[in-house]
Ligand binder design. Structure first.
Ligand code: S3P
Length: 200
């Protein structure tokens, strides 16, 4: 893969050759709803001059309706998870170009997805405290799994089950503090340190 251009990382420059060495496989962002996967994913892709894909967008494109509508069907979450598994196979197996991919919060809970992501990519767990996540997702009603009487408890229960799986990620980025630019710089720094250590 050839990546052109330079980007500044904390004052130092990482050139295209180093980027190529570092990013010989896809970069996949995992983590809870509201952790900033999509936003950081877009920023990361832009700065690295790589394509960006959000698996939730692939699900919506395949289903032809939005995520709340998929959850509202008779097959509900099971249907959504099947679309999601298809989307992950599509980006990691069928069309495995080097790119930045953000995944839905529950994607890694299906073992076949987790094995693909943690075995064939540089994975990054975007981590933030529950209070921060709640503050971010509370403003929207587009997360069917959080349409409960007590979204905070739902998130906490979810975190308990999901964190042991998210811990399989190669890198952990704290997305609860700092500006998006600082979080991006932190991510780039961690990636630079992992230079050449793709799981392929
Ligand atoms: C989900 C997270 C959502 C979306 C769906 C289910 C989850 O994506 O995939 O609502 O199970 O955590 P985000 O993590 O991008 O919000």
């Amino acid at each position: 893969m050839t990546v052109s251009g330079n980007y500044a990382i904390n004052g130092s420059m990482m050139d295209g050759r180093q980027i190529e060495k570092t990013f010989g496989c896809p970069i996949v962002l995992v983590g809870m709803m509201g952790s900033g996967k999509t936003r950081l994913g877009r920023m990361l892709a832009r700065v690295l001059d790589l394509p960006f894909t959000d698996t939730d967008d692939l699900v919506v494109a395949a289903a032809g309706v939005g995520i709340p509508q998929i959850f509202a069907t008779k097959a509900g979450e099971a249907a959504f998870r099947q679309y999601e598994a298809n989307a992950i196979r599509q980006v990691l197996l069928d069309d495995p170009v080097v790119r930045v991919i953000s995944t839905g919060g529950g994607a890694v809970m299906r073992p076949e997805n987790a094995d693909l992501i943690f075995g064939h990519t540089i994975s990054i767990w975007m981590q933030a405290d529950i209070e921060v996540l709640l503050g971010r997702v509370g403003r929207h009603n587009d997360r069917p799994l959080l349409q409960t009487a007590d979204p905070e408890k739902t998130l906490r229960d979810m975190a308990e089950i999901r964190y042991p799986v998210y811990r399989r990620a190669d890198l952990v980025v704290d997305t609860g503090h700092g500006t998006p630019e600082q979080i991006l710089a932190q991510t780039l720094r961690l990636l630079e340190e992992r230079s050449g250590s793709c799981n392929l």
